[in-house]
Design a protein around this ligand. Structure first.
Ligand SMILES: *Cc1c(COP(=O)(O)O)cnc(C)c1O
Length: 384
């Protein structure tokens, strides 16, 4: 249990109910693995949603130390926080683009907006004209996901009417809907993107292209383009769900046992009395719950590990507690404060997600605020 041993100075670890360890060395190694696989000129890092729950500031500082120079977030305030963490040098891209009237905040913090809609493009052009700035941006086109970005019709209209005039686009961007699958939409999106890119380049010969997320990197070089935007794989989630995980685990989560009991007759466990246990079953009540981001649905098929021994969840996940059947764990391993592994060498983020009927993204971004967080440092940054 690297990094989770008690240290006298760390009373916070004693006070906490559960311990979250985040391995920044694994994070930076994952970035290197993706960068080595990716033919893009620039493999960046998506650190939105507080670095997928791991801490955007810590993640961005570690990745900058490893050589990452482009960071992507969703919201303006996330961009301001990341800018504060990484300093003036790296490019920080805000994927949701400017809310109305916030263009000045982008300029003040040197944030690069993704322009997703005709209104955002018009707002940014107006701002750029009035303030005489030459700020770069990314223009987002929809190629089949129908989430954000100009439709083909809107794109064509902007090309025809000079609607992109005055912009300084760094890149044309789009986003894949099915990159973790072998799905015909991947090829269709790529073809639609390639067509719009060649039209865009006739107006902006220097414009680059940004197309792939984590999983798209594994679809092959045709999907990489110039600016790659991997997120979830950096944090250890498998970007190729049908094949072994090429990434290193970043997150480990352990929760403390508060109480152990042996039931003296057949009984039920937890809210709603949904789980039955036989006489003699040994139960451990553990300090973690749905308020910490453990899905309630995990109760149905989840399990933890004590010293590597598998312990099924019994009954419903409560707000702050989960009950496990620890009948197969020797009493010596079940003292107060003994650790139940929730995520670690025996259960990955993806395993917890599967047992909860969700995806690793949701497990990570729900990681709770009550955990004691311990960061295992990345290797020291090389001097430039
Ligand atoms: C979240 C996001 C990414 C990163 O995707 P992953 O699947 O986590 O690698 C890239 N681009 C856009 C537009 C996103 O919203």
């Amino acid at each position: 249990m690297v990094g989770l041993t008690s240290s006298p100075q760390d009373r916070a670890q004693d006070r906490a109910g559960a311990l979250l360890s985040i391995d920044l060395a694994a994070l930076t190694e994952n970035w290197r693995i993706l960068k080595a696989r990716c033919t893009a000129r620039d493999t960046g890092a998506v650190v939105k949603a507080d670095g997928y729950g791991t801490g955007a500031v810590q993640a961005a500082i570690a990745l900058k130390g490893a050589g990452c120079t482009t960071f992507y977030v969703a919201h303006l305030d996330e961009g301001i926080a990341v800018r504060g963490a990484v300093g003036a040098g790296p490019r920080v891209v805000v994927m949701h683009g400017p809310n109305r009237g916030t263009e000045g905040d982008f300029a003040a913090h040197k944030l690069v907006p993704v322009l997703n809609t005709p209104a955002q493009i018009a707002g940014w052009r107006k701002f750029a004209e009035a303030s005489d700035i030459l700020s770069e941006s990314l223009v987002h086109v929809d190629t089949g996901m129908n989430r954000l970005g100009l439709t083909r019709k809107e794109f064509d209209a902007h090309i025809a009417d000079g609607g992109f005039n005055g912009l300084h686009p760094l890149a044309l961007m789009s986003h894949l809907a099915c990159s973790e699958m072998n799905h015909p939409l991947n090829q269709a999106q790529r073809a639609a993107f390639a067509e719009m890119l060649s039209i865009f380049k006739s107006q902006f010969p220097d414009a680059k292209a940004s197309f792939t997320n984590s999983s798209g990197i594994f679809l092959g070089p045709a999907y990489h383009y110039d600016y790659a935007r991997p997120g979830v794989a950096l944090y250890g989630v498998n970007p190729t769900p049908d094949a072994p995980n090429p990434m290193l685990p970043v997150v480990r989560l352990f929760a403390k046992i508060i109480q152990v009991r042996r039931v003296d007759r057949a009984a039920t466990v937890g809210y709603g009395a949904t789980a039955a246990v036989p006489e003699g079953a040994k139960l451990a009540t553990v300090s973690i719950g749905y308020a910490d981001g453990i899905p309630r649905a995990w109760g149905a098929g989840g399990y933890g590990f004590v010293d590597g021994i598998r312990c099924p969840v019994k009954g419903r996940v409560s707000m702050d507690l989960v009950i496990f059947d620890v009948s197969s764990v020797p009493d010596s391993g079940l003292h107060q404060g003994a650790l139940m592994e929730i995520i670690g060498s025996n259960a990955s983020v993806d395993d917890v997600a599967t047992a909860s009927g969700t995806i690793g993204y949701e497990i990570l971004t729900s990681l709770g605020a009550r955990y004691h967080r311990h960061y295992l440092p990345a290797p020291a940054a090389k001097k430039p």
